[in-house]
Design a protein around this ligand. Structure first.
Ligand code: NI
Length: 190
C-alpha cells in the first residue's frame, strides 16, 4: 500500500545481520493496527532509505512480525549544499508497506541478482517468480490485493522470505550456501 504524504523523517534503527537468530524465525502476524505500528513503519522506511536499500522486513530490525516496507522507485544522489557540504538528496519517494502478506505465484521463474541489508557484501542471482499476486493489509488493517512484475515482484518475494525466516543465501546452491554461511559466521565472530 502506498503511503501518502510521506515526510522522510524518523529514527534510524539498527539493522541485524546474518546469522542473527531473529532472521531465522518465522514471524507472527500483526494483529494490532495502531499509532505504534505506524511509527514503526515510518522508522523502518527512514532506516531503509538511509541504508540505502529497496526493502526492509521487520525481522531485520529485530521485530519478528509479518510486515515489510519497500520502495523500488526512489532516487538518491550526492549533492553539494550552499555552504559546501556534501549530502545525500532523496527524491521520487514511492514508499509502500505490506502487512501480513500472502503471495500467490505461478508461471515463469527468472534469475535476478539480489543483495540484502542483513547480508552485507553478498550479491548473487536467485530464481524467483517473474509475476506475483499478493494479498496484504495496510496500516489501518484494510485488506488489499495487487499484482506485481519484475523488480517489484522480486523485492516482495525477497522480503516475504524474511517473514518466513529465510535469508536469500538459503536459496543458493548447496555449495554457495555453505561457502557464505562459513564466511559470514567467521566475519561475525571476528
Ligand atoms: Ni533482505
Amino acid at each position: 500500500m502506498k503511503i501518502e504524504n510521506y515526510e522522510f523523517k524518523g529514527t534510524l534503527l539498527p539493522i541485524v545481520t546474518y546469522p542473527d537468530p531473529v532472521l531465522s524465525k518465522v514471524a507472527v502476524p500483526v494483529t494490532v493496527f495502531d499509532k505504534d505500528l505506524e511509527n514503526l513503519v515510518m522508522d523502518m522506511l527512514y532506516t531503509m532509505y538511509h541504508a540505502p536499500g529497496i526493502g526492509l522486513a521487520a525481522p531485520q530490525i529485530g521485530k519478528s512480525i509479518r510486515l515489510f516496507v519497500m520502495d523500488v522507485d526512489y532516487d538518491r544522489e550526492e549533492v553539494t549544499t550552499a555552504d559546501g557540504k556534501e549530502e545525500m538528496r532523496y527524491t521520487n519517494f514511492n514508499p509502500m508497506v505490506l502487512i501480513n502478506p500472502v503471495i500467490k505465484s505461478s508461471g515463469e521463474k527468472i534469475l535476478y541478482e539480489e543483495g540484502c541489508l542483513s547480508v552485507p557484501g553478498v550479491y548473487e542471482e536467485v530464481k524467483r517468480f517473474e509475476h506475483i499476486k499478493v494479498d496484504y493489509q495496510d496500516l489501518q488493517g484494510n485488506k488489499h490485493s495487487m499484482e506485481a512484475d519484475e523488480l517489484f515482484a522480486i523485492c516482495v518475494q525477497h522480503e516475504n522470505d524474511h517473514l518466513d525466516g529465510v535469508v536469500f543465501i538459503e536459496r543458493l546452491s548447496n555449495l554457495k550456501k555453505q561457502f557464505y554461511k562459513k564466511k559470514l559466521a567467521k566475519e561475525k565472530n571476528g
